[in-house]
Design a protein around this ligand. Sequence first.
Ligand code: ACM
Ligand code: ZN
Length: 729
Amino acid sequence: MVTALLCLSSAIASAQAPFDFVPMPASVQYADASVSAPFILDKNVRIEGGEAFNVQYLKDHLARLFDPMGDSWAIGGRTISFVRVKSFPQEGYSLEVTPDRILISASTRTGEFYAVQTLLQMLPPQVYKRAEGPDAQLLRQWKIPCVQIVDAPRFPWRGSMLDVSRSFFSKEYILRHLDWLAYHKINKFHWHLTDDNGWRVEIKKYPKLTAVGAWRGRGEALEPAFNSGEERYGGFYTQNDIREIVAYAADRGIEIIPEVDLPGHSKALAVSYPEVVCRHDADVLSVQGELHNVLCVGREKNYAMLDDIIKEMAALFPSKYFHVGVEEVATDSWKHCAECQKLMKKLGYTDEKQLLGYFTERMEKILAKHGKTMEGWEDIVTSGGDLSRNDLVLVWHRQNVLQQAIDAGFPVVTQNCDYLYLDMKYTPAERGHTWASIIDVEKIYSFDPLQGLKLTPEQEPLVRGLQGGLWTEMMFYPPHFPEYQMFPRLCAVAEIGWTPQAQRNYRDFDNRLSRTHFERMRNMGIRFRIPAPQVDAQGNVRSPYPNMVVRYTYDGTAPTVSSPVVTGPVVTDHPEKLRFATFYGDLSSIAVEVPAARTYRKPAVRVETSLEANPHYPVASLSQYEPRRYMRTARPPKQGDYVLYTFEEPLTCQRITVQTADPVNQFYGVTQGHVEVQYADADGFERLSAFDMYNRVAFEPARPVKAVKIVIDGPCEGKAVSIQSLIIE
Ligand code: ACM
Ligand code: ZN
């Protein structure tokens, strides 16, 4: 369809079969184009029938292609006709294109809506463009080859989970995200509304949840975290915002499932109402290193409070399900608490973990009182509570855990961390977590929710589907990173969830993306991930896709849209300074270099510091130049703390990079501090720049260097700082 794009200037253009649908419909049968004339779409086509929202949605999109729309749509013989046919499945539809008519049949408004989505994918990608510029090319007509599509999804649950606690996303961003999901026929939005680092939903009865718990920063109840900075950071959704978002989603066939993560992951709740956590002084840390983030299960008043919170939220969210978290609970907190121990004795329990089962049973009852069915992470199964088999289990570990939940009789959805955690890196060189896996597009596409399972025919319907999930600790840089992590991986989630397994093929999917769907996404306003070019040791460069160019620089900086395009061999005496990046319009990949062209030096260096090191991450690491080893402090740094690297011999080099934060998660960087250098021919230190958003300072010394010093200028994020060996070229 690249050719179709180029034809636009002629103002009469055609779609070409086969269409690059994403997700691919279940059945697509093209008519023989040599005998069948195409359907001609222009402003004279009349739209008949159809649910009002769907018709308006279609018209709004067509108005981006044809001008003027207006009343002229009411005349003419050709039609787009919607009819309701009861026999279609809930989300299914058929779409038949003949020379005189596009006939859309469905049994529900959602089926109609999905037919409209499929129709949009038969149109040029400009149909997704929100604001037309002055140079917008409008069409006189668009020819659509005749085709018969009969379609319905493979799984009823095709979802996206977004953590809005670690990073906050505005109402406008959420609405855009919902648009993007709808374009991909994704029908569930799992809204992770609360966690340790921010409470994001207005609760009228407990105003401190958002007055206090929605904000972090220096001097706030919640500490700075994840590079959001010293300043007050955060936000929340008012109940009016939520009503608007829920209605917007419902119009687009999307159900929103709220999550309040309990009884762990509750630091934001705990700083707002400190009485909710166990009273003890023990250092019980959660997996993420939070103290006192577990609700006291022995405190009866907590259940009344949760009842109030759920009551307000149940009225906002029409979804049958309500997600209560239950994962990663530091149950040792209950060991040290008199009230929890009293409850244990009363219940005859011998292990604190049993209290988690008790808690889930209580939550299930509270939810039922407000008309909701419990959803929780897989931990609701392993907690040992006596639960209804209507409860929905969201499995985040591997397929064996999915099998366990199914064998226990629960309906399940998978967010398998090996495949569906969108906070993981695409490739080792890119940003992101790695603890579960590294997940490129081919790997996520290869996933089948049924893989590795042994299911009886009765068990099969228990697998409701899948969702991709974005945890948002690492989203503060680079710009648009959430979208980079989500797309195109969510396109793969959409196709896994929708398309019959036997019809899925990665090469074909990848071709559809590059020929057409990338262009659609760009018009949707998605800053999706572009793969890096392949560069070999001889400096040969290959673009990942024929319609993307590679740009380069000679000076070690990241290429920009105005850098030259690689058209032949790049000749230079300094291959170590070459940087390449793939460009698709103004979207670009990470910058890559010629492999092994840079040489790293390891001059003998002595390191002294005023910081106290954690014994597992000693100061000695800093003179070893091993990429995985680093120093971490045992306590937070304070203003005036320093790390001093003194070279045994004056060092002549091209470049020194001072990198803080750990190399694995990029947490605990120096957020307030600067670097100083002492040259061999001078006595004092010269101040260089402050640490940037990557917690890094790089400089090119013009004279031999004697020493480099990191100076802390103020408190940094978190309870430690991590410092790496100098990177010397
Ligand atoms: C999770 O990753 N905490 C479900
Ligand atoms: Zn307690």
